[in-house]
Write a protein that binds this ligand. Structure first.
Ligand SMILES: Nc1nc2c(ncn2[C@@H]2O[C@H](COP(=O)(O)OP(=O)(O)OP(=O)(O)O)[C@@H](O)[C@H]2O)c(=O)[nH]1
Ligand SMILES: [Mg+2]
Length: 392
């Protein structure tokens, strides 16, 4: 919290439980106290903001909840920033949006107002083409759909997001859809923070479906599985080699497996993969008491299987909502999110600490030479960090 204004600290300690737009709802004495704390925290913080900052936040917030795409894009840019002051502003904005969402959920019987689906799969599995077709179907049915494309390799390859845009041409022109590549600064913590925050903003802007696409390489798909209501794995009807890269751990996390490209000559291999995965899933531990993971086939070229597949997704949502598991999952995810932010920040703090920076090159060299053990080097660095941290 170093450098964080006291009011932000208090705002974080006492997150507002009520909307900021004066809505009145029946409350208990306990929530009245919360309301007092929250409004005190907020008004203190508002004093901290300069006039232009306040005006900027109000403009962004009002544009966002008014459903304006340009404001949503600007808000996401704000949460993605690395600029320290802007990051603080982003937290105030998010806090307001969260309060607004809580109010909406209260009006919805305590149930989430939007549904979040994570889509992952190996490179070229057909994820973007799938989202284009599903997204169009959903906007035609009156939904508002946002798509966040997370690509942790984008900072090194730079190319794949461009591909995404060209494969979602129709959806990107659709007024009821919002597509946004999410740059991630290459770290897993970056994926978690910016994507989670972007999801909150999309929901605040009135998108009732949030789709998060991620390439199934590295760890980003696990981070995405930790931030959605339903995790869908897309598998191409390909040979064993191409499927080798799919980690067992991620198959365990899937609520639904979709075998893509089930058209033309690929129907036969797609059926085979469907059978293989159906038996594989039976061997895995059940994740949920209200849902058994399923394996379905679809084609984005012919559209076959797509409406049925979405019906399956809806029956998952209904079952998970009815049992309360979905709400429980979201609560657990809030904790995971917080801890992943702490981990990211603590590590950054550690690396930037003067004593650590001073000792690190020498100790790293010693460890590489085999002169001292990694355990001892880590102990020395942690000692340098904690002794000067506590004396400062
Ligand atoms: N036959 C067939 N090909 C498909 C289908 N869907 C996608 N493809 C092709 O598969 C290739 C990859 O499709 P994308 O939708 O870009 O796949 P992706 O998983 O988003 O790819 P990355 O984002 O690069 O990981 C493209 O050449 C598509 O034309 C389908 O339903 N049937
Ligand atoms: Mg793609």
């Amino acid at each position: 919290m170093n450098g964080t204004p006291a009011a932000v600290v208090q705002l974080i300690r006492d997150p507002p439980h009520v909307p900021q737009n004066g809505a009145v709802c029946p409350v208990s004495v306990h929530s009245c106290q919360h309301r007092r704390h929250a409004s005190t925290a907020l008004s203190q913080h508002i004093q901290d903001l300069s006039g232009p900052e306040q005006r900027l936040l109000t403009k962004l917030y009002e544009g966002l909840i008014g459903g304006q795409r340009a404001s949503l894009a600007e808000c996401i840019t704000l949460v993605e920033t690395r600029h320290p002051r802007k990051r603080e502003l982003a937290q105030v904005l998010l806090q307001r949006v969260l309060a607004y969402r809580t109010q909406q959920e209260a009006g919805n019987g305590g149930k989430p107002v939007a549904f979040r689906v994570g889509l992952s799969g190996p490179p070229g599995a057909g994820k973007s083409s799938f989202i284009e077709v599903v997204g169009k179907m959903l906007t035609e049915r009156g939904h508002r759909v946002s798509v966040l494309a997370v690509d942790p390799s984008s900072c090194t390859t730079g190319g794949s997001l461009l591909g995404d845009k060209t494969r979602m041409t129709e959806l990107s022109r659709d007024m009821n859809a919002f597509i946004r590549p999410s740059p991630t600064s290459g770290t897993l913590g970056g994926v978690t923070r910016t994507t989670n925050e972007a999801v909150v903003l999309c929901e605040g802007a009135g998108y009732d479906l949030v789709l998060v696409e991620t390439v199934g390489v590295g760890q980003s798909e696990f981070a995405v599985a930790d931030m959605v209501d339903m995790f869908v794995l897309l598998i191409p009807p390909a040979g064993g080699d191409e499927l080798q890269g799919i980690k067992r751990g991620i198959i365990e996390r899937a609520d639904l497996v979709v075998v893509t490209k089930s058209d033309g000559d690929l129907v036969v291999p797609a059926r085979r993969i469907q059978t293989e995965y159906t038996s594989a899933l039976k061997l895995l531990r059940r994740q949920s008491r209200s849902w058994n993971p399923k394996v379905v086939r679809s084609s984005s070229y012919t559209g076959e299987g797509i409406p049925e597949l979405w019906a399956t997704i809806e029956s998952y949502r209904d079952a998970m909502l009815a049992s309360g598991e979905l709400q429980g999952r979201r609560k657990a995810q809030q904790r995971v999110w917080m801890w992943s932010l702490i981990q990211e920040n603590v590590l950054c703090h550690f690396r930037n600490h003067p004593s650590v920076r001073e000792a690190l090159p020498h100790l790293e060299a010693e460890v590489t030479k085999g002169a001292i053990s990694p355990g001892l080097a880590a102990d020395l660095l942690l000692k340098a960090f904690s002794s000067s941290s506590s004396s400062s």
